[in-house]
Structures are given as structure tokens and as C-alpha cells.
Design a protein around this ligand. Structure first.
Ligand code: PLP
Length: 443
């Protein structure tokens, strides 16, 4: 088969002979055998670009990176609009002291970092639909322990030709978290499963490989198994380095600390590095769901049932992006060299939130506090560290207030959801019920 040179193609990690376009990779999410897609080649950005980023805005940097990554797949003017609309909010870099910084990724509509990837993916689908005469309704199945559902639902609400099914565990989410997607209506259904988050993941994974369902419906994923989520998350790594360079910081020794669940954010950091961004290493920080930490320590990747914590978006028992990390770094030795891993119990992180507030006057949400603690423990003299703050402290106000003894004010962005009417479809945790629910959408 022949492809034009400038088409960026994607391969299935489980079966590298299966090569698809970006459009296919985004619309399908995963391949039929459940394999994740990866770009066939990762474009290295010109070093002159990396050196000169300091003078560019977030949107300019993001557009330049996207334009390199998608190499002519999407027309530049369209891509510029997509990027500008995706990133219509700030990503401030806060300086805590000479060597420690926090990159606030939570100023989007749902106040969590997934807004970046989810909005980008929604724009891509909207674009692809505009190019097609025929378009079957695409059903996006989103298992969520909180933040993903909110980010995806808010990014896709009102997008024609797409239906969002948020699949979440009964009584595991905060009231605000549920309200963020259950009050939207329109093309968003809130499906409340009488079970755990792992049950939700299992139901969705099984639906994706169910031949009968695939025959009847076009389903896809908007979790970080979708490449459309991973690619835009490289933007803010570039932006952080650009900001540091602009402030006169020597950027040859920059370390990023990431609060990890499905390792999507970490994968994006590795991808940014593969694109030529000078990242010295990444620090992956987990709660008691420490599958990746154990892998780094022992070389064995052993999934286990997730346990609930004060940072629910980190409660993943089988990190889905592990195959991408293997592809990007090649082997265990290299993975260990490039990524340092930490794990903390909840009580330690409560102390971290309290101490950071007292000592630096900076309020961390529990997820960001995991990253911050990992950064503090890992950073060596002479290095500069950036902790990725993934959620606004007000999203987890109860925990933050418990830690600091101070009241957290609710930003208007979150308050607006609380007044809406919640509409929820309850189901049990059996696959038969889930399938019956989905089958009713067959056209
Ligand atoms: C999803 C999420 C994470 C984890 O990101 P992964 O890409 O799954 O590793 C961390 N913090 C918050 C607030 C999240 O929503």
C-alpha cells in the first residue's frame, strides 16, 4: 500500500501491521483487538523552535506543536482554530521557590486537566464530521471515577452526531462531580452503575470488543486510550519550558512530576520529550493504587483491584497507557532511567496539603499534592522541577478544608452546575443490562 509522505499514520501496538489514519484512530479509539494506537513516527521539532518558544503564547506554541505532529493531516487554518478554541483558558506557571514550580492545568470549564485533551478530541470529531456526507452517530463510552466524565461531557455536549454515555459508580463521586455531567442533558447520558469504578471500566471494555454491539453501533473511547487525548497534552509541557526559559531559567535540567492513574499525562510528557523537548526526567506519583511504582521497583506489571482514596482520579488498578510507555522507551532499564516513581498514603498527602499552605501559602488539591510531594522528594540540587496541578482545590474542598482548616471558596464555574436538574439512568453492574441499554441506541 502507498501513502503520501506527509500523511502521519498510526499503528496498533498489539498488531503493528495494522496501520490507520488519524481520523480512524480517533473515531475508533482502540483497534478491534483492543490495541492502542501510536504515531508511526514522532516528528522531532527543530531545535530553533524549541529555543525560541520563550516569546510565544500558549496558543501559538500549541498550534506549532500540533502542526508538526499532524504533518498535513489537518489543514493548518482548521488546526489553528481547533487549538485556539481548545485552549481558551490560562495555564499559569506558579513559582513556589527558585527550583520548584507548579503548572496549573485546571482552569478549563470543569477545572481539571482533562479539559485539554477532551476539548481537543471533541473539536477533531466535529471537524471530521463536517467533511463527511454520511456519519453514523458515534457513541462515546466514558467510564469515570469523576473527572473524565465531567471533562468529556462538557467538551462534547451539543456536538452533532455524537452521543456521550458517562458510566460511573453509584455513590463514589462527590455531588459536584456528578452534577458536572448529570445536569447537561442533550446528547449526554449519565449512567449510574450499581458497582465500583473497576466494574464500569470492565463493562465498557467488554462492550468495545463485543461483535454484536460493534455491528449495531459505532462506539469509541474518550479516555486516554484515545490518541486524540494524548497528543494535545504535550502542548503544556512545551509551554512550561517556554515560560521557564522566558524567566531566564536554565532549562537543561527540568524535571516534571505527574499525579498518575492511567499514565496518559505521563505518556504525553514522554511524547513531548521524543519530539525534542528537553525534559530531564519524569516523576510519576501514585496513591495506594501503585501499579506503576511496583513495576519500576520490581520489573513486574501486576494489575490489581483499585482502592478508594482522597484523590479519586488516581484510583486506577490497571493503568491503560502502559503499552505506550513501553513503545516510547523500549525497555525496563530505559523506563527506570527516565521515570522515577513514588507512592504515598492518603494521610501523608493531607500533611503535604497543610504544609504547603502554611509554608508557601499555596493551596493544592489532593491530586496535585501527590505530584508536589513526589517532586520535593525527587528533585536534586541544581535541577528545576515542575509539579503538574491537575485539579482545582475547590473540586475536593472537603479534603482540602480538613487539611488546612481553612474554607475553600467555590469558583462560579463549579457553582453553576449545582443549580441544574440532575438526570440519571441507574443500572446494575451486569454486562447484560449494559448491553441492553446500549442496544436501544441502534439505528
Ligand atoms: C485523570 C486525572 C489524573 C491522572 O491522569 P492519567 O493521565 O490517568 O495518569 C490526575 N489528576 C486528575 C485530577 C485527573 O483528573
Amino acid at each position: 500500500m502507498h501513502y503520501a509522505l506527509d500523511d502521519m499514520l498510526y499503528y496498533n501496538i498489539k498488531n503493528p501491521d495494522e496501520i490507520v489514519s488519524l481520523e480512524r484512530a480517533v473515531i475508533d479509539g482502540v483497534s478491534e483487538d483492543g490495541g492502542l494506537y501510536m504515531p508511526q513516527s514522532i516528528v522531532r521539532l527543530p531545535q530553533a523552535f524549541v529555543r525560541n518558544m520563550g516569546n510565544m503564547s500558549l496558543q501559538e506554541i500549541a498550534f506549532a506543536v500540533a502542526n508538526f505532529a499532524f504533518q498535513g493531516d489537518i489543514e493548518a487554518s482548521v488546526l489553528r482554530d481547533i487549538v485556539h478554541d481548545t485552549l481558551n483558558f490560562d495555564i499559569p506557571l506558579r513559582r513556589i521557590d527558585d527550583s520548584h514550580y507548579v503548572l496549573e492545568l485546571f482552569h478549563g470549564p470543569t477545572m481539571a486537566f482533562k479539559d485539554v485533551g477532551a476539548r481537543f478530541m471533541a473539536h477533531l470529531l466535529r471537524h471530521y464530521r463536517s467533511l463527511r456526507h454520511q456519519w453514523p452517530t458515534i457513541h462515546v463510552l466514558v467510564p469515570t471515577s469523576g473527572d473524565t466524565g465531567a471533562a468529556v461531557a462538557n467538551s462534547f455536549v451539543g456536538v452533532p452526531g455524537v452521543h456521550i454515555h458517562v458510566v460511573y459508580p453509584h455513590e463514589a463521586l462527590s455531588y459536584v462531580q456528578e452534577a458536572q455531567f448529570a445536569t447537561l442533558g442533550d446528547n449526554v447520558t449519565a449512567l449510574e452503575v450499581n458497582g465500583s469504578f473497576d466494574d464500569c471500566k470492565r463493562l465498557v471494555e467488554r462492550a468495545f470488543v463485543d461483535p454484536e454491539l460493534n455491528e449495531a453501533l459505532h462506539m469509541t473511547s474518550a479516555t486516554s486510550i484515545n490518541v486524540a487525548r494524548i497528543l494535545p497534552q504535550t502542548f503544556y509541557y512545551f509551554y512550561a519550558i517556554a515560560r521557564l526559559a522566558r524567566q531566564g531559567v536554565d532549562v537543561s535540567d527540568v524535571v516534571f512530576a505527574v499525579p498518575s492513574a492511567n499514565l496518559g499525562n505521563l505518556t504525553s510528557g514522554l511524547m513531548a520529550r521524543a519530539m525534542g523537548l528537553p525534559i530531564k526526567r519524569l516523576v510519576s506519583v501514585e496513591n495506594d493504587n501503585n501499579i506503576f511504582y511496583n513495576y519500576i521497583k520490581t520489573g513486574y506489571f501486576i494489575a490489581k483491584p483499585s482502592v478508594a482514596s482522597i484523590a479519586p482520579a488516581l484510583d486506577a488498578g490497571n493503568p491503560t497507557n502502559m503499552p505506550r510507555i513501553m513503545e516510547l522507551l523500549g525497555n525496563y532499564t530505559e523506563i527506570r532511567r527516565m521515570i522515577h516513581a513514588y507512592t504515598y498514603h492518603d494521610d501523608m498527602i493531607i500533611d503535604t496539603i497543610r504544609d504547603t499552605d502554611r509554608r508557601h501559602g499555596y493551596l493544592l488539591d489532593p491530586h496535585s499534592a501527590f505530584a508536589w510531594q513526589g517532586l520535593c522528594d525527587d528533585l536534586r540540587p541544581g535541577e528545576v522541577g515542575v509539579a503538574l496541578a491537575t485539579a482545582h482545590p475547590a473540586k475536593f474542598a472537603a479534603t482540602v478544608e480538613l487539611a488546612t482548616g481553612r474554607e475553600v471558596t467555590m469558583p462560579p464555574q463549579l457553582l453553576r452546575f449545582l443549580n441544574g436538574t440532575r438526570r440519571v439512568t441507574p443500572i446494575n453492574n451486569g454486562y447484560t443490562s449494559f448491553k441492553r441499554y446500549l442496544m436501544a441506541f441502534a439505528e
